[in-house]
Design a protein around this ligand. Structure first.
Ligand code: IPE
Ligand code: IPE
Ligand code: MG
Length: 232
């Protein structure tokens, strides 16, 4: 079976999962954290090299303060609790997104975890936090422009050079994008990087998405015929 090198997931449906149970949305986010653990394990077992998880978008800042604060709290707790397991399982943690936008205590805790796992050589988990595809492209363009003005770069942009400025530099583009909860849209995730990614949509809500669901998605991926515009 062809295993994707990089699997990306838009983890959606926590709020609806909670509402279906007559609970507050945060209850769904808490249940979703368990799915993250399960899927990280399943991805490592399947031999996936990169797993990127859309955890919090730039647009999600516009949700009610109570939900945003609850999500930040949950993030910190999960990272603290999980770091020893990540190290034990040789998982490296990375992040993409505008970390400067996060409350300092969240950013610091995250940086600490990334430092602790930086020598791990197994699966790389890339958490997209305060991330959006348009943000990524703009920050890349601005950094290139500055380098050019400062005389650090002398060549015009091409695809390879631009990709060095994206937050995903050194991470190959996703082979497979999974979105849960039945929505069939990108919601401003990796706009550039998804150019040739295989898309997989499932009605399963994120807190119900477990190992078996990832396996199903990987099996569907293995049946795809990727042509990249050429004739085979
Ligand atoms: C995804 O679940 C988690 C985040 C966006 C942080 P949602 O919170 O979007 O859940 P729904 O889509 O409202 O059900
Ligand atoms: C996308 O989900 C962002 C994350 C999963 C972090 P949203 O729930 O925010 O997306 P929309 O609003 O349905 O497009
Ligand atoms: Mg949603």
């Amino acid at each position: 079976m062809t295993t994707p090198t990089h699997v990306s997931i838009i983890m959606d449906g926590n709020g609806r999962w909670a509402q279906l149970r007559g609970e507050e949305r945060l209850f769904g986010h808490q249940a979703g954290a368990q799915s993250v653990r399960d899927v990280v394990e399943a991805a490592a077992e399947a031999g996936v090299r990169y797993l990127s998880l859309f955890a919090f978008s730039s647009e999600n800042w516009n949700r009610p303060k109570k939900e945003v604060d609850g999500l930040m709290e949950l993030l910190i707790e999960s990272i603290r609790e999980e770091t020893p397991n990540l190290i034990k399982n040789n998982v490296r943690l990375r992040s993409i997104g505008d970390l400067s936008h996060l409350p300092p205590y969240v950013g610091d805790s995250f940086k600490h975890s990334m430092k602790e796992t930086e020598l791990c050589t197994g699966l790389t988990v890339v958490l997209a936090l305060s991330y959006s595809g348009t943000w990524d492209i703009l920050q890349a363009a601005n950094r290139y422009a500055k380098d050019r003005l400062d005389g650090n770069v002398h060549t015009p942009l091409d695809v390879a050079l631009f990709e060095q400025y994206l937050s995903t530099a050194e991470i190959p583009p996703p082979d497979l994008l999974i979105r849960t909860s039945g929505e069939e849209r990108i919601s401003n995730f990796m706009l550039w990087q998804l150019a040739y990614t295989e898309l997989y949509f499932t009605p399963v809500l994120w807190p119900d998405f477990r190992k078996k669901d990832l396996k199903k998605a990987l099996a569907a991926y293995a049946r795809r015929d990727r042509r990249f515009g050429i004739i085979k």
